[in-house]
Design a protein around this ligand. Structure first.
Ligand SMILES: CC(C)(COP(=O)(O)OP(=O)(O)OC[C@H]1O[C@@H](n2cnc3c(N)ncnc32)[C@H](O)[C@@H]1OP(=O)(O)O)[C@@H](O)C(=O)NCCC(=O)NCCS
Length: 172
């Protein structure tokens, strides 16, 4: 286990999480910010990337598990992301649709912010979010982040304006 909150724990994902991951990454509504649902191959690539990240950085997107049922309900964690001409530490979150609007994303994201500052000793951490993705921006704001700057990323041949919300250790 990497992190524990009141209702959740976060742990590394493994191959046996593939089916739970499909429930998240193959849902059209959940994946609208990523230009659509993933194929089985894309889900496997995503899982392999997280496992690679755990080895390379010691962190990545982790599984969010509900303590009450031991079910994987989503993903939240820390990754290094390209932003303009640098790499930045980012908190990301994606929940299976039936678990939205219960406060689980903010519960997991705030634990990741604490981990970034207290364990990784980062001076700042951000969330990079598509301009149209209001629920995700609301999580960032609730997580004590403020809008810092914007940048258009090209993903799946589509120009996507993104906003970067940032929190700083010194002012947290
Ligand atoms: C982004 C995403 C994770 C946000 O999930 P969420 O459930 O809205 O986020 P929160 O955990 O902050 O929950 C807040 C909601 O839970 C409600 N809530 C219920 N119980 C709560 C509790 N104990 N504590 C806090 N909020 C609670 C709040 O009132 C709020 O409701 P509302 O959305 O109806 O206003 C979700 O929409 C998602 O997975 N989207 C698709 C993937 C995605 O776009 N990820 C981001 C890429 S940048």
């Amino acid at each position: 286990m990497i992190l524990e909150t009141e209702r959740l724990y976060l742990r590394e994902m493994k191959q046996s999480d593939f089916n739970s991951l499909c429930k998240i990454l193959q849902d059209e509504d959940t994946m609208y910010a990523y230009e659509g649902a993933f194929s089985d191959e894309e889900v496997q690539e995503w899982l392999d990337k997280q496992i690679y990240r755990y080895r390379k950085w010691g962190f990545g997107l982790w599984a969010i598990v509900l303590k009450e049922t031991h079910e994987m309900i989503g993903q939240c964690g820390l990754t290094m992301q390209a932003w303009k001409d640098k790499e930045v530490l980012e908190i990301g979150y994606l929940l299976e649709r039936v678990y939205w609007h219960k406060g689980y994303a903010i519960e997991a994201a705030s634990a990741c912010k604490k981990y970034a500052f207290e364990v990784l000793k980062a001076n700042e951490v951000c969330s990079i979010i598509r301009d149209t993705n209001i629920p995700s921006q609301n999580v960032a704001i609730r997580n004590g982040m403020a809008l810092k700057d914007s940048w258009t990323k090209r993903y799946k041949n589509v120009d996507m304006p993104h906003h970067r919300y940032v929190a700083y250790r010194d002012t947290d």
